[in-house]
Unconditional design. Structure first.
Length: 292
């Protein structure tokens, strides 16, 4: 009887766990839809900014804007940002981002670059502090609802240092949102802004614009906006990827809990059946003993 009671307790415990994971799956699904809408809304704006820069780019103008300054070969000072979530229960989502960041850190240090880490998200902050890796900056206040203001707060100090020559490059590791099941860790170079790709014939199709007040004045405004938008896209895509990963993980946990409940119920039924059979055998044996 003790075994049957233990099985009933285990079944009840797994049922409670399944109820929690099912609820978390539903919450993640709801949040994923809103986060996915933010990703879709951010992409056309980023493409338009890139198109404006491509149309205005000229090697002569590039020399006047420090954000377009390409670093010299050799050792560089690189700021490596990486984004993780503040919460867990999302499978290997954070582990994959941390692994990609650590891999890139080894690559940069192997090339004799001076690297400083900037962390966004509690999971990444906790891991690198645990292994004793120093962090130049750490933020855990952005969460899964990033805004353009958050992106500006992160990038403005780095842009100022880049313009001043204190940094040669800025890169970010984030989760690219392809779909809820495909969120690969991705490395995105943000600074310096790379010149637009030329066509196969070495020329670009440039629309005929009337520029007022001038191309220089427009680039002075558009370039910082483009950099901040790149960071904003990394934040919103990582947030959407987190919800997708959590939904997938919670669905898998819910399905596994259901399979475990079925197994425990079968085991309980067999144990109960064996117990009843034993009791009947004892009753029949006792009755035969009384007859004798």
């Amino acid at each position: 009887m003790a075994k049957a009671r233990e099985l009933r307790r285990r079944i009840k415990s797994v049922e409670n766990t399944r109820q929690i994971t099912k609820t978390m799956e539903m919450v993640a699904t709801s949040r994923l839809k809103r986060a996915q809408d933010r990703v879709v809304a951010a992409r056309p704006y980023a493409e338009s900014l890139a198109g404006v820069i491509a149309s205005l780019y000229d090697p002569g103008l590039a020399e006047r804007f420090r954000l377009l300054r390409q670093p010299e070969p050799g050792a560089q000072r690189v700021a490596l940002l990486f984004i993780t979530s503040n919460r867990g229960l999302c499978g290997g989502f954070n582990a994959n981002l941390i692994r990609r960041t650590a891999s890139r850190l080894v690559e940069l240090e192997g090339a004799r670059h001076d690297v400083e880490l900037h962390a966004i998200g509690r999971k990444g902050i906790g891991f690198f502090r645990y292994i004793g890796q120093s962090l130049a900056a750490a933020r855990d206040d952005i969460g899964d609802r990033p805004t353009a203001e958050h992106a500006a707060e992160v990038m403005e100090p780095l842009m100022e240092r880049f313009v001043a020559g204190d940094l040669d490059a800025v890169e970010v590791v984030f989760a690219k949102f392809n779909n809820p099941l495909s969120t690969p860790p991705t490395l995105l170079p943000i600074l310096p802004i790379r010149p637009p790709d030329e066509g196969p014939a070495g020329s670009r199709s440039v629309p005929h614009y009337i520029l007022k007040p001038s191309a220089e004045a427009i680039l002075e405004v558009v370039l910082p906006m483009y950099v901040q938008n790149q960071m904003y896209r990394a934040l919103v895509e990582t947030a959407a990827s987190e919800h997708g990963a959590r939904r997938t993980a919670m669905k898998s946990a819910t399905d596994n809990a259901g399979e475990m409940i079925d197994y425990l119920r079968r085991t309980y039924n067999r144990a109960r059946q064996a117990q009843i059979t034993q009791e009947l055998a004892e009753i029949v044996g006792g009755a035969e003993a009384l007859k004798g």
